[in-house]
Design a protein around this ligand. Structure first.
Ligand SMILES: Cc1cc2nc3c(=O)[nH]c(=O)nc-3n(C[C@H](O)[C@H](O)[C@H](O)COP(=O)(O)OP(=O)(O)OC[C@H]3O[C@@H](n4cnc5c(N)ncnc54)[C@H](O)[C@@H]3O)c2cc1C
Length: 435
């Protein structure tokens, strides 16, 4: 059966599939595949736009290897099986009175797929999901099982938290969680020039700040989410009623926006006016909700995406170039650009390694031409030393990435130690890490 990713940008026909339900079964699958001379890839939720999980060898489907196996409520440390989705994790954490300190836009990814590609949310003082990892258990190419943390095999830990599945199959992930918290959400339109003028103020003044900019409109949608006490408590915005949430997120952001996109795909000359219309009709929302309900929104309109992390201070240069270049593209752009922030971290292949970062994500509606747009964006991002998201479309190779990541050679050394025969290879890993 052919495997496809969410966006339809990658597919593969694995020679063999395994559905392991224990660490031992993961190890046995790797050993059996090795005995047949097959390479091995773990499948997450298929939400990478890059062919990171694609394999013609053995695919390990971890959808039966889910759930929490240990929780220490006093420290907030919880251990989850690697196939657990973030949605399942959020539900389980809720029932324990815990939460992840920061999350991305969706919850359909597995926790191991998310950390392996450096998945992140936004927050100038916060890191991506991999920074929340306290320990990992990995099954290596020879079927042996190793654990790592900041104290136990620290080099392996620094390499394995973001490793695109190159070192082994993660069997469990231990996460440092925090007591459950609510967020007060404030979403409002603002002229994009004004957002950029006040960028540093917004980044410093909010726990989670991001904005969406429609390339042909003048308005950005500014999102400021801040930690607060109880949902709907005194002085805190009320929770959003279920009907309004449905109207705002399902009808407006998915059904109506999907209809606009289909119209634009059918009649491309309408894309620019539709994009301006979407920008002009942005409205204000204020509400409070448990943190994961604010972080995560449904994404039912399919798109392709590229994203680069750039040094925070270069955001103005990057957006100025993009704003100048987009109107000159042969094919117009339907989707907004998303801008987020993250704090510097110490994970060797984290896109925010060693520098406070801004993330710029560009999208195009599925079925519309995107190549020229993505090429333009990539040329702008690499001119400021940008690092591509490991799970989003880019054309960078190992030679470029070695210049972008100070610890790249250390990562390759650990890869040589952990997987000398390249049991976990695939064409994408060959592109980004070399043979
Ligand atoms: C609609 C949408 C919204 C998104 N929003 C965001 C966002 O807000 N922020 C962001 O940063 N990214 C975002 N992404 C990208 C997404 O988070 C990443 O691509 C993530 O890797 C997807 O996780 P997955 O479980 O689907 O993994 P997959 O795409 O299936 O796999 C990713 C990689 O992880 C490896 N892997 C999976 N499981 C294991 C394991 N157990 N052991 C070792 N390796 C493993 C795979 O082999 C592969 O190399 C979004 C993607 C989509 C489609």
């Amino acid at each position: 059966m052919t495997w496809h990713n969410w966006a339809g940008t990658a597919s593969a026909d694995p020679a063999r599939r395994y559905w392991p339900r224990s660490t031992e079964e993961i190890a046995n699958a790797i050993k059996e595949a090795a005995g047949s001379g097959l390479t091995v890839r773990a499948l997450g939720g298929g939400h990478s736009f890059t062919p990171a999980a694609a394999t013609s060898g053995a695919a390990l489907d971890l959808s039966g290897w889910t759930g929490i196996v240990g929780a220490d409520l006093s420290s907030g440390l919880i251990t989850a099986r690697s196939g657990t989705t973030i949605r399942e994790l959020n539900r389980a954490l809720d029932s324990l009175g815990l939460a992840m300190p920061n999350l991305g836009d969706i919850d359909a990814q597995t926790i191991s797929g998310a950390i392996s590609t450096g998945t992140h949310g936004t927050g100038a003082a916060l890191g991506g999901i991999a920074t929340q990892v306290a320990a990992l258990e990995l099954v290596l190419a020879d079927g042996s099982v190793v654990s790592c943390s900041a104290e136990q095999r620290p080099d392996l830990f620094n390499a394995a938290r973001v490793s695109v599945g190159a070192l082994g199959v993660i069997s469990t992930v231990t996460l440092q969680c925090v007591p459950a918290f609510a967020l007060a959400a404030h979403e409002a339109p603002m002229h994009v020039d004004q957002v950029l003028e006040r960028f540093d103020e917004f980044a410093a003044g909010n726990d989670h700040f991001e904005f969406y900019w429609f390339p042909y409109g003048t308005n950005a949608l500014l999102k400021q989410n801040n930690r607060t006490g109880a949902v709907g408590g005194a002085g805190i915005p009320s929770p959003m009623p279920g009907w309004r949430r449905f109207l705002e997120y399902e009808v407006m952001e998915n059904a109506a926006f999907g209809a606009l996109c289909r119209t634009g795909r059918a009649v491309p000359r309408l894309i620019k006016p539709l994009n301006r219309l979407a920008s002009a009709t942005l409205s204000t929302r204020r509400y409070s909700a448990p943190s994961h309900e604010v972080f995560v929104t449904p994404r039912r309109v399919r798109f392709v995406e590229s994203e680069y992390a750039v040094p925070r201070e270069s955001i103005h240069e990057v957006l100025a170039q993009l704003r100048a270049g987009v109107p000159r593209l042969a094919h117009p752009v339907m989707f907004p650009v998303e801008i987020r922030v993250a704090a510097a971290d110490d994970i060797w292949l984290s896109t925010a390694y060693g520098r406070d970062s801004a993330y710029v994500a560009i999208h195009q509606y599925t079925g519309l031409p995107y190549e020229e747009y993505f090429r333009l964006f990539e040329s702008i991002a690499i001119a400021v030393g940008g690092r591509p998201h490991w799970g989003k479309m880019h054309t960078r190779d190992a030679a470029y990435l070695a210049t972008a990541y100070p610890r790249f050679d250390d990562f390759l050394r650990i890869r040589d130690e952990m997987d000398p025969d390249r049991r976990f290879a695939n064409p994408y890993l060959e592109q980004v890490f070399g043979p």
